[in-house]
Design a protein around this ligand. Structure first.
Ligand SMILES: C[S@@+](CC[C@H](N)C(=O)[O-])C[C@H]1O[C@@H](n2cnc3c(N)ncnc32)[C@H](O)[C@@H]1O
Length: 276
């Protein structure tokens, strides 16, 4: 496992994914019922953008750096920008929150956050990030796909984020299997899968794999920074959201639209469409 999210934290793909997570959580936590969030691939939890890894890639500067510098932040990104400001104590942009930090800040006492991370070094950082969380936390140095399939509560509001590194050939298949297993256990669970967009064939194969069962309402959010003609590059990213709350479609169009407009190349395109 070579992947380190520290190279990519705060990039365009994190912006879309994290804006979506915060939008779903804002809705879920309006109701009284305790919420469970299952984060299959947690990473380190928060990232130092001054680290060698972050500076080397420059991805945060092009993503969250650009967003924070806007005179008027698009509405869909306002909660994320607020969370980043809070993490940095209102001073500059040194730290960027990963999904664990964003989730525990959004959850209430009585809610439950379950997260897995396999790398021992990132797991140690993750445990630090989670200290002091208000919600109940279960953090495991274990396989997130297995947790998803075995520990999804069968009732109650659930948000799942499946965010693999896609450095293994079977990540697409395992992500689809885990998503379907979660919906099978809890038919109302909102399950969000993040994927890179390299070439259309791979992404289509992933969608066909999901379509092997009758899906609940499912939204596909694609941010293509350039046409998908160079399969060795990450040409964009996608979120596939099962049981998507209907109110999310417009905000997610705005989220994908902004990254493509601000960071894309000629031929780039934001596509938001219903798979089911
Ligand atoms: C894309 S990063 C996660 C980023 C995080 N979700 C966020 O938004 O801040 C993927 C992480 O998954 C970890 N990982 C890889 N395979 C895993 C598995 N099967 N189960 C749990 N974690 C895994 C990697 O070490 C890496 O830190």
């Amino acid at each position: 496992m070579n992947y380190r999210h520290a190279f990519h934290a705060g990039n365009f793909a994190d912006l879309v994914k994290h804006a979506a997570v915060l939008a779903v959580l804002a809705q879920m936590t309006k109701a009284k019922a305790p919420v469970t969030v299952i984060d299959t691939h947690g990473g380190a939890g928060a990232y130092d953008l001054g680290s060698e890894m972050a500076r080397k890639s420059g991805e945060a500067e092009a993503g969250i750096g650009r967003l924070m510098a806007l005179p008027k932040v698009p509405e869909v990104y306002q909660p994320l920008v607020e969370a980043v400001r809070k993490l940095n104590g209102g001073k500059g942009l040194r730290l960027y929150p990963g999904s664990p930090r964003l989730v525990v800040e959004a959850l209430r006492p009585g809610d439950h956050y379950m997260v897995c991370e396999l790398r021992p070094d990132d797991f140690a950082l993750l445990e630090q990030t989670l200290k002091g969380a208000k919600a109940k936390v279960t953090a495991l140095m274990d396989d997130g796909y297995v947790m998803a399939a075995q520990r999804t509560p069968p009732t109650g509001p659930v948000l799942a984020l499946i965010d693999p590194p896609f450095e293994r050939a079977d990540d697409y298949d395992r992500a689809a299997t885990a998503a379907l297993a979660m919906i099978h256990r809890n038919p109302g669970a909102v399950v969000m899968v993040w994927t890179p967009l390299k070439d259309l064939e791979t992404f289509d194969g992933f969608l066909r794999r999901l379509e092997q069962v009758a899906l609940p309402p499912t939204l596909v959010v694609e941010a293509r920074l350039r046409p998908l003609t160079t399969p060795m590059r990450m040409n964009g990213c996608a979120l596939v959201i099962l049981n998507v709350p209907a109110e999310l479609t417009e905000p997610l169009k705005q989220a994908a639209g902004w990254v493509v407009e601000a960071l894309g190349e000629p031929g780039g395109e934001a596509r938001v469409w219903s798979l089911a």
